[in-house]
Design a protein around this ligand. Sequence first.
Ligand code: SF4
Length: 473
Amino acid sequence: MQVASMHFRKRAHEKLGDERLQRNLQKIKGKFVAKRRAAITELDDFEATREAGRAIRQRALDDLDAWLALFEANATARGATVLWAQTPDEINRLVLEIAFRHGARKIVKSKSMVSEESALDLAIEEAGLEVVETDLGEYILQINGYEPPSHIVGPALHKSKEEVTELFHRRHGTPRKDGIEELCLEARAVLRRHYLTADMGISGGNFFVAETGSVVLVTNEGNASLVTTLPKVHVAISGIEKIVPTLEDVATLMRLLPRSATGQSISNYVDLLTGVRGEGEYHGAQHMYFILVDGGRTGVLASEVREALRCIRCGACMNHCPVYQAVGGQAYGWVYPGPIGSILTPMYVGLENAHDLPAASTMCNQCGVVCPVKIPLPDLQRKLREQAFARELRPWSERAGMRAWAWLARRPSLYATVSRVGVRALRLLRGGNGMIRRLPLGGGWTRGRDMPAPAGRTFRELYAARRRGGDLP
Ligand code: SF4
């Protein structure tokens, strides 16, 4: 997928001015937040489960090479072939080699974010083969000219029912449907034909289990079950970090994933696929391949933001992020949006191509609080901000401002004096409603919102007054 993250600021402004998008974002705002909140209360001790999830994912990353070797041995013993892709381009090459080896002409696909990294669908089409996305959201985006996804769980969440109605009418040549159920039935009828005539299925993988050589797929639509069992060839593609040591670990992570993602106790379908179809077995592919992708992951593992690799792609961080909710996922300009995207994208495509993303955060830490595997997202964003500053990637005015602030902060008496003058000056700028309409040197901040005027005294002054038992303003 083409990287447009270097244009985040421009894209974010465009998205903020897109009235239709803003209406759609308002409709979904908070939807998953409330459901998640209700779902986590079902567990006796959600925080203890969260800590267990963190430990499982960290254990996998701490000995990643050993778990990957064990996975390869066990998957191979069950008749599967394990292949390794160093770069996104290698994913495409390996998939096409497999397709041509088995004479595949039509490929059905369930959701795989890693394949978005390599724009696999376009590579398949360029090679003269047919590919059909079967996740409903991905299908909508595909028939709308390969529009980029806006959310890792619901790729087409930014689209309204009316937009999908028009799209299906235009692309399927069918009468316009009113209800969501009718639209789903229409997509199902179209996709069913493809499942039954496909030669090869491609899936992602939520977890790869080292002790059994299995892939675990978690869906609500059941499309992954059909993609992976009806065609004679199944290719599962995923990043190397998705490994987990044992099936018991999967059971623990499954207590966290659907609850954090969609507020469900369990998703509608959980497929656990091990090896090729055996003698006398009714289901399963005759040929099974795993493509395990580095694509920058070993670089992340060796970096100071390695904890980001614990991610289980639940999407909770973006559902709770005020920046994501305001601009939507497509503003981020690559595969992974929201707080986790603001860390993974610069690491995978280069900080110089995405240095605005770690800055796209209010540091409110809602993402860190809800992350089911306890990734300290704001801390990692701050580390990338520091790197961007040190590499002089940020605008000179920002760097000069930070240097001036750092110089001042090292001189406490002067800092206190400047702060005292500053808050009093800002208070003079307040309007009748106690708000500042236009902030000097911070016009960007007040262009879209008012800023509450400060109290007129600094925090230190207020604190000292309270300790003395004096009145507060
Ligand atoms: S960073 Fe945490 S909250 Fe965000 S998608 Fe990954 S696991 Fe979920």
